[in-house]
Design a protein around this ligand. Structure first.
Ligand SMILES: [Zn+2]
Length: 345
């Protein structure tokens, strides 16, 4: 029986070493270690042997089993290392695999398109810190001392500064407009600039209200900027972004930093002005408040209201994106639902 085992061992090792590929090696593995292998047959017969012999043969058989396992693993590694990719049939006409990359959010894309449109009209893109102060967020902008927006139920005041005032009372900027005076103080007039960014409101969140959202504001300051210059500016920008003429209309609106102020509507592009769910069935959609800069704001910026005038617009980015793609629910843009967002790649 000992010589029989020796024969199994030598024969087996010879076959393993000679295996030319993975398929053959699998067959050899089955032959050498399977239930019907000669080695298994020997082990099955152990029970009928004398105890002394049983022990000796058992040790020898187990040793052979281990050697086979080791050699099979080693040979497998050798075969994998030697395998060339060109062994597989290669079809160069198959389509490639698209790498899983990200893409710009449609609102970011709209922001960039607006930047392009404004830059082409000679505007500068300006940004400032998200942290502002009472002076810049309210005092400079003609907000009355008791204006409700100054309360902490509307504005996030920074801890430890709530009891202070002016530039020492700090907040997360509740709107972008504070940046306009900062820019004017630094660069003077005439000036034309946009300042997109995130703003913060201490509100209860619901389907229509977020605690942080993006705004896009533009200001032009010059001599003789008239109300009609403002309209032309808005129409030009919308035409550049949408690639065609867009009808706009203005209604009276009130904002402390404008005199007069307007609500600016554009014709609903989803229904072409006929009326639909997006425009609340009236054919127009409110896209931006705006208006002529208030003399007190010009004074805050050390500019003489007798000499200078200007026009603000504050663009609702998500409204414009809704118009661009005909999306009828604004919440989708903030849902982080990839099934929705992937459509804009
Ligand atoms: Zn509509």
């Amino acid at each position: 029986m000992k010589s029989k085992l020796e024969e199994i061992r030598n024969e087996g090792l010879k076959r393993i070493v000679g295996a030319a590929n993975m398929e053959l090696l699998q067959d050899i593995r089955k032959d050498l270690t399977g239930k019907k292998s000669p080695l298994s047959e020997v082990l099955k017969k152990l029970g009928g042997l004398e105890p002394e012999m049983r022990k000796e043969i058992g040790i020898q058989a187990t040793e052979i089993k281990n050697v086979f396992a080791e050699m099979l693993a080693q040979k497998e590694e050798e075969l994998i290392a030697a395998k060339s990719v060109l062994d597989e049939p290669l079809d160069l006409t198959l389509p490639g695999k698209l790498p899983g990359g990200g893409a710009l959010h449609p609102i970011t894309q709209m922001c960039y398109d607006l930047n392009d449109a404004f830059l082409s009209l000679g505007f500068e893109v300006y940004s400032e810190d998200d942290i502002s102060s009472e002076k810049y967020a309210f005092d400079n902008l003609n907000f009355a001392p008791d204006h409700p927006a100054r309360q902490s139920m509307d504005t996030f005041w920074l801890e430890g500064t709530e009891e202070k005032s002016g530039t020492e009372r700090l907040c997360l900027r509740p709107h972008l407009t504070g940046g306009s005076v900062r820019y004017l103080l630094k660069h003077g007039a005439p000036a034309r600039f946009v300042y997109p960014g995130r703003v913060y409101r201490n509100e209860t969140t619901d389907a229509r209200h977020e605690r942080a959202f993006f705004q896009y504001e533009a200001l032009i300051v010059d001599r003789d900027i008239s109300f009609s210059s403002g309209i032309v500016m808005i129409q030009t920008i919308l035409e550049k972004v949408f690639g065609r003429k867009i009808n706009v209309r203005m209604r009276e609106g009130f904002f402390p930093f404008t005199e007069p102020g307007y609500e600016i509507d554009m014709e609903c592009l989803v229904c072409g002005g006929k009326g639909c769910r997006v425009c609340n069935h009236n054919g127009w959609i409110e896209v931006m408040p705006g208006g002529v800069i208030h003399p007190n704001v010009l004074r805050s910026a050390n500019l003489d209201p007798e000499e200078w005038t200007g026009f603000y617009i504050n663009i609702g980015l998500d409204r414009l994106v809704m118009m661009r793609y005909g999306v009828d629910d604004v919440r989708l843009f903030h849902s982080a639902d990839l099934r929705f967002l992937k459509q804009f790649r």
